[in-house]
Write a protein that binds this ligand. Structure first.
Ligand SMILES: Nc1ncnc2c1ncn2[C@@H]1O[C@H](COP(=O)(O)OP(=O)(O)O)[C@@H](O)[C@H]1O
Ligand SMILES: [Mg+2]
Length: 151
C-alpha cells in the first residue's frame, strides 16, 4: 500500500488509523513489530507519535535518539506495552541484544516500533510489518509505503 502524505498531521493521522487496526488483533506467539525505514526527516518519528496517540498514549513522545529504547504502558485489551526504538546511533545489532530487544520481541503483549529498522539486520523478526518513508519533491510531501521486506 502506498500513501502520499502532504503534512505531518496527515502522516500522524495515517499512523493513528493503523494503530487502531493493529490493536484489534491479538498476537499469540510474539510481539507486533513495525519496522520504519527512511532517511532523516522522512517522517518516522512523526509516524510513531501518531501511532502512540492511536494507542491511547496521551503524552507527547520525544524522539528517543539519545536513549535508543523507550517504553510506554498501554491500557488496551490485546497489548500492554508500546516500545519506541531508534536504531540510528546503533553501531552493531549486538548492542540491541544487550538492551534486551530479543525479549521485547518475544512477548505477544508488546507492540514495537523501530526507526532505522534496516540497521538491526537479522534481529528484526521475519514477520515484521515494514514501512518505508520517502521525502519527495515538495517540502511537506512524503511517500509512505507498507509491506516492503528487507533482505
Ligand atoms: N508529510 C509529512 N510527514 C511527516 N513529516 C513531515 C511532513 N512534511 C513535513 N514534515 C516535517 O519533516 C520532519 C520529519 O521529522 P521526523 O518525523 O523526526 O523524521 P525522522 O524520524 O524520519 O527523522 C518534521 O520536521 C516534520 O514537521
Ligand atoms: Mg526519528
Amino acid at each position: 500500500m502506498t500513501i502520499k502524505s502532504r503534512s505531518p498531521r496527515e502522516t500522524a493521522a495515517t499512523a493513528r488509523a493503523l494503530a487502531k487496526e493493529i490493536l484489534k488483533y491479538k498476537k499469540r506467539d510474539e510481539a507486533f513489530v513495525v519496522g520504519l525505514v527512511g532517511n532523516l526527516g522522512s517522517g518516522k518519528t512523526t509516524f510513531v507519535q501518531g501511532f502512540a496517540r492511536g494507542s491511547g498514549i496521551r503524552r507527547h513522545l520525544p524522539s528517543p535518539t539519545f536513549l535508543i529504547i523507550r517504553s510506554y504502558k498501554l491500557q488496551t485489551k490485546n497489548y500492554k506495552f508500546l516500545f519506541h526504538v531508534d536504531a540510528y546511533r546503533l553501531k552493531k545489532p549486538r548492542e540491541l541484544e544487550i538492551l534486551g530487544l530479543k525479549e521485547i520481541f518475544s512477548d505477544p503483549k508488546n507492540i514495537v516500533l523501530i526507526e532505522w529498522a534496516d540497521k538491526i539486520g537479522r534481529l528484526l523478526p521475519k514477520k515484521s510489518l515494514l514501512i518505508n518513508f520517502r521525502h519527495v519533491r515538495r517540502e511537506n510531501e512524503r511517500i509512505i509505503k507498507t509491506g516492503i521486506r528487507i533482505g
